[in-house]
Ligand binder design. Structure first.
Ligand SMILES: O=P(O)(O)OC[C@H]1O[C@](O)(CO)[C@@H](O)[C@@H]1O
Length: 537
């Protein structure tokens, strides 16, 4: 199976439209995957029986199942860093061992989870108290990238389950972020969690220093440790920074930053919703793992989500995909998925070091519906680029007294996918404008503006309700989708060399901006911008 064969199939479809494909009365059923009360409908795409067969054959030839089994078996599939990829172990209840280098990692995972639970319960129940003996009312998680986006997204997503202290997230090195967060808080009742896998990330360490000074000024140097905790795989560095080992929750290098929400990095979420809900979240992720490992071919939800992605990006050539959750509490999901998908699959070099012959993963972007409808959907409906849309919506909302609003939300979501597929022809537009009494040239001109090309692809994921369990399933679904796409592209989805250069250059530029170095080695544009900033502060 080659890319050329898939592209030839697409070309062979000629003028076929998505709407044409619905001549098959069973299409909606045949081109969707049902799982545990959820449905993923990809029937509103141009994937037909032949395309699906070719895509499945491509997955088979790429040995997705073999690579999947290697990942779950703890093999070092992140082979540019020599690491296993086992975030799935963080949500694995056992008892079947999961081994890395011959050692079962589950006992360590469960021991850390137990410690996290004891700590979270202590903070929530008042056993872990502030220096003044009061309860912690607020928790500030300081981290960035994978040490922020996952827990921040999930904490917001599970707002109906919050029954602990308020949890805030600070990520940006822009002092405005930590300033605005701490401004409303009382250091006497605030716990600061420093989340950093490496414990070297400049943004996090800078914000952590600011927060520690804020605590020190209010509580004194000796007491500050009782308001701090750390989440990291560099446990030695956390101790050197002054955090008591009893308040450090460690994880291994086989947990990638953007996959770390399931372990210690999820502590903020656990404090917000409680250990029981957090376990439900883990159980949801684990259920998706089992499905991913067991379901065959077109029954496999992550596999099909990935193949739809491959179809749109690498076969049809659409450069972006929009993630459109019709769920306000998933408003950070697009940002979370941007890191998960773009940091994982934004690569142009294959495993063996050769250049990719097809485009890398797409640009991922989005906003929750219905807000996006009143902003960028114009381009999605009538722009010159085709943007495959991934809609998602809960069948039921949490606000039972506002069920009518949820019904309106669902109606909007489903109507969008329908409109994208059907569009509006020139004849239909003319009829509309005639009814408004336009005629002659003006009728033609006005009608042209009201044509929607249609035939624009979308998928829809409908889940019963956004519970902790369902959120776990959705996140694990997307993780495995990224994995499958990476395997098919032949890239390493688990390193991120592309972000390292920016980090290095920022560090080199800081002393130039401070005036400690002259920056003569910088390019003329950068030198001029530095001079401008220096002249205006
Ligand atoms: O948790 P750390 O080590 O502070 O890293 C934060 C983030 O920085 C990155 O390494 C690069 O942006 C991400 O992969 C990671 O999630």
């Amino acid at each position: 199976m080659t890319w050329d064969e898939l592209k030839a199939h697409r070309e062979g479809q000629g003028d076929l439209t998505i709407a044409d494909l619905f001549e098959d009365q069973d299409r909606a059923d045949q081109f969707s995957v049902r799982l545990d009360g959820a449905v993923f409908d990809y029937s509103k795409t141009l994937i037909d029986e032949g395309a699906r067969e070719l895509l499945l054959a491509m997955a088979k030839e790429a040995d997705v199942t073999g690579r999947r089994d290697a990942m779950f078996a703890g093999e070092k599939i992140n082979d540019t860093e020599g690491r296993a990829v086992l975030h799935t172990a963080l949500r694995d209840p056992g008892p079947k061992p999961v081994t890395v280098d011959g050692e079962n990692v589950l006992p360590g995972v469960h021991e850390t989870l137990d410690r996290m639970e004891e700590f979270a319960d202590g903070v929530r129940g008042g056993k872990v108290r502030s220096v003044t003996g009061g309860r912690f009312t607020d928790v500030v998680n300081i981290g960035i990238g994978g040490s922020d986006l996952g827990p921040a997204m999930a904490t917001l997503a599970l707002a109906p389950y919050h029954d602990g202290p308020r949890v805030h997230y600070v990520s940006n090195v822009d002092g405005a972020h930590i300033h605005d967060t701490l401004k409303g808080l009382d250091p006497q009742t605030t716990l600061v969690i420093v989340a950093s896998k490496t414990f070297t990330t400049i943004e996090t360490m800078t914000n952590a220093e600011t927060a520690r000074n804020w605590l020190r000024n209010a509580l004194g140097n000796d007491s500050v440790g009782r308001h701090l905790a750390a989440l990291s795989s560099a446990v030695d560095k956390t101790t050197a920074w002054g955090i008591d080992p009893s308040r450090v929750f460690g994880f291994e290098d086989w947990v990638g930053g953007r996959y770390s929400l399931w372990g210690p990095v999820g502590l903020g979420l656990m404090i917000a919703v409680g250990p029981k809900r957090f376990r439900e979240f883990l159980a949801g992720g684990h259920a998706m793992d089992r499905h991913f490992r067991e379901a065959e071919g077109a029954e496999n939800l992550p596999l099909m989500l990935a193949l739809v992605g491959i179809w749109h990006r690498q076969v049809c050539g659409y450069p972006t995909r929009a993630v459109l959750p019709y769920d306000q509490r998933l408003s950070r999901l697009p940002a979370y998925l941007q890191q998960l998908e773009m940091e994982s699959n934004g690569k142009s070099v294959a495993m063996d070091g050769s250049a990719l012959t097809v485009p890398s993963g797409p640009v991922v972007w989005g906003e929750p519906g219905t807000n996006g409808q009143h902003a960028f959907y114009q381009l999605i409906h009538q722009g010159t680029e085709v943007v495959p849309c991934e809609f998602m919506v809960a069948a039921k909302g949490h606000e039972e007294d506002l069920a009518h609003q949820h019904a309106l939300l669902v109606a909007n979501c489903l109507a969008q996918s329908e409109a994208l597929m059907k569009g509006r022809t020139l004849d239909e537009a003319r009829e509309l404008m005639k009814a408004k009494r336009f005629e002659g040239d003006e009728l033609e001109r006005q009608s042209a503006h009201r044509v929607f090309p249609g035939n624009r692809p979308s998928t829809t994921l409908v889940y019963p309700m956004l519970t902790p369990d369902m959120l776990g399933r959705i996140i694990a679904l997307y993780e495995h989708r990224v994995f499958v796409e990476g395997v098919i592209l032949g890239i390493n989805s688990f390193d991120q060399w592309g972000v390292e250069l920016g980090k290095e250059l920022a560090l080199a530029l800081a002393p130039v901006l401070a005036g400690d170095e002259d920056g003569a080695d910088k390019d003329p544009s950068t030198q001029a911008l530095v001079a401008f900033v220096q002249g205006h502060r």
